[in-house]
Design a protein around this ligand. Structure first.
Ligand code: OGA
Ligand code: MN
Length: 284
């Protein structure tokens, strides 16, 4: 297929036009898409008419899919799809994870092998708001002051799904209840703070305000202060791309090299999205 690649903004992210992802891409086209994704960190495809089956089939070509621990929000009959949605069932319960990720994070960094990539497809979006922001963690690393780089080199961050939420109301609002059984499946993780993307040897800063709560083998107050400094550094406007959704957008992001942050919208409107998540390697 004939298609075009354009860069988004702030030196990362790409939009690919001219591909129909409901069709099976040729090997060559698929390899180009994979490469663009790895290089750009975020890839946008507009105007895609994707059924859940199409999305799962396209996602699977990148690797095995992860079934999210919040299994109450699966697309019925399609456990690989996590619904991010404020739609309600007749009994008033939500069909999907309503306020997913309204803070900076990298998907599943709190597990031993975090997700490599996430793909989010917009079925229905509100007329305004509900944008998703992305931060370029390769550039965040490159622009760190030398002295800060020295302090984190060789160190590991501790990640947890719950720790940062325990005493932070802002993070905690809108979090769905999690059962002790679900919690037992996500005991937390530690990962290198500087991560190497094994396919390109690029390096990225790998800590995030949602899930990273401490630095291993560092005094607690020093660790907290250093993490705050890093979080402020990597969320500066020049490192951010803000995606304004249109229906039928498919967005793919590489959790190893970008963080993301969902934003609010008027909840009287519907926002209904489908996410698939690709398994990743042990971070090195
Ligand atoms: C996610 C997520 C952001 C959004 O699906 O992982 O963080 O804007 N969603 O819905
Ligand atoms: Mn997320």
């Amino acid at each position: 297929m004939d298609f075009e690649i354009t860069l988004l903004s702030n030196g990362f992210g790409a939009e690919v036009t001219g591909l129909d992802l409901s069709q099976t891409l040729s090997y060559d086209d698929f390899e180009i898409v994979r490469r663009v994704w790895f290089e750009a960190g975020v890839v946008v495809f507009r105007d895609q008419n994707l059924t859940p089956e199409h999305q799962v089939a396209f996602s699977r070509r990148f690797g095995p899919l992860i079934i999210h621990v919040l299994d109450q929000f699966q697309q019925p009959g399609q456990p690989e799809i996590l619904l991010i949605s404020n739609k309600k069932r007749e009994d008033g319960t939500g069909v999907g994870f309503e306020e997913a990720g309204r803070y900076w994070h990298s998907d599943l960094s709190y597990v031993e092998k975090p997700a490599f990539g996430s793909l989010l497809y917009a079925v229905e979006i509100p007329p305004e708001g509900g944008d998703t922001m992305f931060a370029d963690m390769r550039r965040a690393l490159k622009t760190l002051p030398d002295e800060t780089l020295l302090r984190i080199t060789g160190r590991r961050g501790r990640h947890s799904y719950t720790r940062n939420f325990e005493d932070n109301e802002y993070l905690n609002s809108g979090r769905p209840a999690i059962t002790s059984n679900q919690l037992s499946r996500i005991p937390g993780s530690t990962h290198p703070m500087v991560r190497t993307l094994t396919d390109s040897n690029d390096q990225a800063l790998y800590v995030n305000p949602g899930f990273t709560y401490a630095i291993e083998d560092m005094d607690e107050s020093e660790s907290k202060a250093l993490l705050s400094e890093l979080f402020a550094h990597c969320t500066r406007p020049e490192l951010i791309y803000t995606h304004k959704w249109k229906p039928r957008d498919l967005l793919c992001w590489d959790n190893r090299s970008v963080m993301h942050h969902a934003t609010r919208f008027d909840p009287t409107h519907t926002r209904h999205m489908r996410r698939t998540t690709i398994e990743g390697d042990l971070p090195v």
